[in-house]
Design a protein around this ligand. Structure first.
Ligand SMILES: [Zn+2]
Ligand SMILES: [Zn+2]
Length: 360
């Protein structure tokens, strides 16, 4: 038996309880978690914004050590450090063949499988977003484990699995920020802070962080923000004032709300680009009139998992970490235990802090 954070039903509070994992069968890997980050998407699963089969073990941003491998697994062995990848690509669907592995249509096929059983009553549990990282140990498909990069502590490496791949990818792959461009990042949670660091790595000239909380300024500046704006109805005007009345070249929206998406778009210059990273609900309707779409000539695009290919991008991110350009510690606002996850969810709801990291 291992301890895990289980979502019993959509809208119900998380339960910290014992689970029984199966032995790793063919093509599966058992991992002892070193750390797992608490991501806003876990909350989106728990409140039903994103739907997955429940009851489920949540947690999708983690790293740990391989305990055992099933038949046919050759790319990792017991004792190896690994980073969990919650969106394994199949390699053969239309998206994968095009090289857009982040759009793989089969990435979440595993969500309906039986992952483990509750230790108390033997009932079936599903694996949230494939990897069920809010647990002392997990058993995952081989495609969900990537060898951990050398020179990055495993606890820090957990963050690479979602926040950093997403935030860095939004800046480098989706928005393609170029040296000298100005960037505004909306939302200073884990992904937003990673996006700020990515903008700094890209050589952005002016990096504006926007958040509803005035308390995140220090975190944001440490991540590379040159300016900090507390979100209000004047946000777009304030950002234009910082950029010769033009607006930024690029806005990265990490919140997923209609008003923030609209403000991000309005904060860019004519011809500017807005990338939406935040995952919002169906009730979040964003409206534009036809004349303004023409007049401003702006681009608005979505982005999935930072449009990243984890196998390709992890070594790049690790090099940034080793060479001091990417500070993973600067993303973490608190280190907690498994029992601290429900309270960390409350902090996410309240918009406090960056990333809570569960350390096992
Ligand atoms: Zn996530
Ligand atoms: Zn695919």
């Amino acid at each position: 038996m291992v301890r895990a954070a289980v979502l019993p039903a959509v809208g119900a509070p998380l339960e910290i309880t014992g689970i029984e994992l199966p032995e790793p069968g063919p093509g599966r890997v058992r991992v002892a978690l070193a750390a797992a980050g608490v991501c806003h998407s876990d909350l989106s699963l728990s409140d039903g914004t994103m739907r997955v089969p429940v009851p489920a073990v949540l947690g999708h941003e983690g790293a740990g050590t391989v305990v055992a491998v099933g038949e046919g697994v050759t790319h990792v062995a017991p004792g190896d450090g690994v980073v969990l990848n919650w969106a394994p690509s199949c390699g053969s669907c239309h998206a994968c063949v095009r090289g857009e592995v982040w759009l793989c249509v089969n990435a979440l096929n595993g969500a309906g499988e039986v992952h483990a059983r509750r230790a108390d009553d033997g009932s079936e549990l599903h694996p949230g977003l494939n990897v069920a990282a809010f647990a002392e140990e997990t058993v995952v498909p081989a495609g969900c484990v990537l060898p951990a990069p050398a020179g990055v502590p495993l606890t820090d490496a957990a963050l690479l699995g979602c926040a950093v791949l997403t935030g860095y990818g939004a800046v480098h792959h989706a928005a393609r920020v170029r040296e000298g461009e100005s960037v505004a990042v909306f939302g200073a949670g884990g992904v937003g802070l990673a996006a700020l660091q990515a903008a700094r790595i890209a050589g952005a000239s002016r990096i504006v962080a926007v958040d509803v909380s005035p308390r995140k300024e220090e975190l944001a500046r440490r991540a590379g923000a040159t300016d900090y704006v507390v979100a209000s109805e004047n946000t777009a005007r304030e950002i234009r004032a910082l950029t010769d009345k033009q607006g930024v070249d690029v806005a990265i929206e990490c919140v997923g709300r209609a008003t923030t998406i609209r403000t991000a778009w309005e904060s860019t210059r004519r011809g500017g680009r807005t990338t939406v990273v935040g995952i919002g609900g169906k009730d979040q309707q964003v409206t534009f009139n036809a004349l303004e779409l023409f007049h401003w000539g702006r681009t608005l695009s979505g982005c999935v998992y930072g449009n990243s290919d984890p196998a390709r991008d992890l070594p790049v991110l690790a090099a940034h970490v080793r060479e001091g350009r990417l500070d993973l510690g600067a993303l973490v606002t608190e280190r907690i235990t498994l029992d601290g996850i429900p309270a960390a969810f409350d902090n996410v709801i309240a918009g406090r802090g960056g990333r809570a990291l569960v350390v096992f």
